[in-house]
Design a protein around this ligand. Structure first.
Ligand code: PGA
Ligand code: ZN
Length: 426
């Protein structure tokens, strides 16, 4: 049973405070989880409770969320069975009492939810991925590695937020990491010799002062080839335009490029990029409020490109169901803090898989050394993970955890990895 629940504030990768929770069981097992934080958040995400005191932490304090864990939440969950994750999470949701978790804070709830799962895994002497996923949890995810940052994650003029590479030709996770690292360092040299900055953005990818997606994609293509890999066969390209960030009054406003695109022009533009480059997946190609545009793009390219909903679904099972029913994309990004409890995040994964949709487990742009999502990717067998660049410990911590998991699984690891557009075999 749960003996104590405590929280503290720690720093995230942007240097802002965030919640870290500890759950201690009567047998001495400890679970600890730190909560991540987004910058380009969806409007329907569960609420991250911030103190809003201008004189402290620039308003970003989490003292109230921490106090909620140490007070009300601890009082409600001490004595509960940590094995009953669904019961615990339902109790947390009921205790909060709001539909968007704004009273106690999704950051308070998620810290406790994840820490309880980790404590229960420790009590059973199982790694988290096996405790949650059972003996079938043997598939390593294909990593979508961020190598160029723009949008809300960097101070450059690039309108699209993220450009990623996925080593689709890698036979093991460790090989995927090697390929990614080689391309990352090749890109660094290429940027430097072209006179660009090699400083990095929030997710550890480079943030050169490029203006158009084509310029970024051309640099990425050249780096893939110069590193000795075949675009397409070895490396797939992925973008997260994070389009909600530049959708204003019904139009996509490209400030770096200096153009506006109507939803139909946005569809045409993306379809052209998908045809011109070996792009295997695009996340948030259309804005969360442009569902007609989403449907138009899905009908146009959904058969040959994974279209992953982040802001549009916010890891919310109900929003996802509606999207599945109405043809909005074919894949869902899962960020545990968008919904606030582990059980709800797992329900979203299950709903996607039942519909034949793919799932991408994901970090936030504000992260910590916590590696829970690496285990969740293996536990759910979702086959794909997006967790940033090949630099910065907040990102590489997840890759390193997956390297450990692959080593631990040894010969029992399933061959290969997930693929964009293809749901994993069950
Ligand atoms: P966020 O960005 O964590 O800043 O929301 C990540 C993403 O848009 O995928
Ligand atoms: Zn996104």
């Amino acid at each position: 049973a749960i003996q104590s629940v405590t929280a503290r504030r720690v720093l995230d990768s942007r240097g802002n405070p965030t919640v870290e929770a500890d759950v201690l069981l009567a047998d001495g097992s400890l679970g600890r989880a730190a909560v991540p934080s987004g910058a380009s958040t969806g409007a329907r995400e569960a609420v991250e409770l911030r103190d809003g005191e201008p004189g402290r932490w620039h308003g970003k304090g989490v003292d109230r969320a921490v106090a909620h864990v140490n007070g009300e939440i601890a009082a409600a969950v001490v004595g509960r069975d940590a094995d009953d994750q669904a019961g615990l999470d339902a109790a947390l949701v009921a205790l909060d009492g709001t539909s968007d978790k704004s009273r106690l804070g999704a950051n308070a709830l998620l810290g406790v939810s994840l820490a309880a799962a980790k404590a229960a895994a420790a009590a059973h002497r199982q790694p988290l991925y096996r405790y949650l996923g059972g003996a079938d949890a043997r598939l390593l995810p294909l990593p979508m590695m961020n190598i160029v940052n723009g949008g809300a994650h960097a101070d450059n003029p690039l309108d699209f937020q993220e450009f990623m590479i996925a080593p689709v030709g890698a036979e093991t996770f460790a090989e995927a990491v090697r390929m990614g690292s080689e391309i990352f360092h090749t890109l660094r040299r290429d940027l430097l010799s072209a006179g660009h900055s090699t400083g990095v953005g929030d997710e550890g990818g480079f943030a050169p002062a490029l203006r158009t997606a084509e310029e970024a994609l051309d640099f990425v293509m050249a780096a893939v080839e110069r590193a000795g890999y075949r675009p397409g066969a070895d490396i797939g390209l992925i973008m997260d335009p994070a389009s909600s960030e530049f959708f204003r009054d019904g139009t996509y406003v490209y400030e770096g490029e200096g153009v506006r695109r109507t939803p139909t022009e946005q569809v045409d533009y993306l379809a052209k990029l998908i045809d011109a480059y070996p792009i295997v997946s695009v996340e948030d190609p259309m804005a969360e409020d442009d569902l007609d545009g989403w449907r138009e793009l899905t009908a146009r390219v959904g058969d040959r490109c994974q279209l992953t909903g982040d802001d549009v679904f916010c890891t919310n099972e109900e929003l996802l169901r509606e999207g599945i029913r109405t043809g909005v994309g074919n894949s869902v990004l899962v960020k545990v803090n968008q919904i606030g409890t582990l059980t709800e995040a797992l329900a979203t994964v299950a709903t996607a898989h039942r519909a034949g949709w793919t799932v991408v487990m994901s970090h936030r742009s504000g992260e910590t050394e916590d590696t829970t999502i690496a285990d969740l990717a293996v536990a759910t067998g979702c086959g794909q993970i997006k967790t940033g660049s090949l630099s910065r410990s907040d990102r590489t911590a997840k890759y390193n955890q997956l390297i450990r998991i692959e080593e631990e699984l040894g010969d029992s690891a399933r061959d290969g990895h997930g693929s964009p557009g293809r749901p994993p075999r069950r």
